[in-house]
Design a protein around this ligand. Structure first.
Ligand code: ACO
Length: 319
């Protein structure tokens, strides 16, 4: 039996930090409102010269270094993003070129904030099927590019960044189970409803959302998918060392842990200093906790994504 296993993690945050007070200087909002409703204190924002593939490159280099693997040994690249550098080619192909390699397949996954879990599940399936041996799985976003910076209801929530893992074939898991879901009938709840047509943008190039609808939907499906994934792995929730939900909002994270009956000490929270980095949020949080020596070899980690589409999913992994 072939499994896949995470053998290295890495992440990258652009250096520029934007605090809540900076929003309060120009919008009708306050540090207190943002902290109380979202738990967010600050977020990192890319400068104009930095694209998703640039952030992905830094995160990937760190993951490869941690894994002790050369870029040339990677035989699959799966990159989750909703903010690719271009309409095409994919950010994954651009990342491949920046890593100085060629030949291996490289593609983007578009599942918004569930993107990393979708990408991990895809790479896991390829490795389990024996098609590839070593995958680079990345989540990278510059969500700052699709925000209306005058809309206090959305622009305070997000940040930019990237996280990556090296996933390798192994005799033992590794990845125990992955579960993915989508419900396209909820597309309007969270969207950037624009497209490029005849040299113009048709529709809106800015993120729109029904905040309370997203909140309720997220807590419901994060609870359901955690239980479904544990059942698929034939384990129970008490066997989880760490829960890493997509870092949308600290109230969503805490409500999810409460519903699952997990102590808050097992909940990984980085949204306070990263903001919501969409597909990058889970690998960013994972890498931060690994480098802080909190998540260690042998720990069991449940990662959960939820986002636009609507999409959701989870992956149970032994590190
Ligand atoms: N500062 C001050 N006031 C604000 C701000 C702000 N930044 N944003 C909204 N408000 C106002 C609203 O205009 C409204 O004012 P009104 O009563 O005069 O109309 C008031 O605050 C209450 O607005 P609500 O939308 O009801 O506030 P709520 O308590 O629901 O909080 C929030 C809004 C934080 C967006 C919340 O609904 C939420 O967290 N939802 C989840 C959304 C999310 O996490 N999205 C991320 C993307 S999706 C994902 O990653 C899964």
């Amino acid at each position: 039996m072939i499994y896949s296993r995470i053998v290295g993690t890495g992440s990258f945050l652009p250096p520029k930090i934007v605090t809540n007070d900076e929003f309060a200087e120009r919008l009708d909002t306050s540090d207190a409102w943002i902290r109380e409703r979202t738990g967010i204190v600050q977020r990192h924002i890319a400068d104009e010269s930095q694209s998703s593939s640039d952030l992905a490159l830094e995160a990937s280099r760190r993951a490869l270094e941690a894994a002790g693997v050369g870029a040339g040994e990677i035989d699959l690249i799966v990159l989750a993003t909703s903010t690719p550098d271009y309409v095409f080619p994919s950010a994954a192909c651009l990342l491949q070129a920046k890593l100085g390699i060629k030949g291996c397949p490289a593609f983007d996954v578009q599942a918004v904030c569930s993107g990393f879990v979708y990408a991990l599940a895809s790479a896991d399936s390829f490795i389990r099927g024996g098609m590839y041996k070593r995958a680079l799985v990345v989540g990278a976003e510059v969500f700052s590019r699709i925000l209306d910076w005058n809309d206090r209801g959305t622009c305070v929530l997000f940040g930019d960044g990237a996280g990556a893992v090296v996933l390798e074939a192994a005799q033992h898991p590794g990845v125990h189970a992955t579960v993915l879901h989508a419900d396209g009938s909820q597309a309007g709840m969270l969207s950037v409803p624009g497209n490029v047509c005849g040299g113009r943008i048709l529709g809106s190039p800015f993120l729109q959302m029904n905040g309370q609808g997203v909140f309720k939907y997220a807590v419901k499906v994060l609870d359901e998918v955690a239980r479904e994934t544990m059942a698929a792995a034939e384990m129970d929730l008490s066997q989880i060392d760490w829960l890493i939900p997509h870092q949308a909002n600290v109230r969503i994270l805490e409500a999810t842990a409460r519903k699952l009956g997990l102590p808050q000490e097992r909940l990984v929270v980085t949204v306070d200093h990263h903001g919501n980095t969409s597909a990058a949020s889970i690998p960013l949080a994972l890498d931060e906790w690994v480098r802080a020596d909190r998540i260690r070899a042998g720990h069991r980690v449940l990662m959960q994504g939820v986002g636009g589409g609507f999409t959701w999913g989870a992956a149970l992994v032994t590190m």
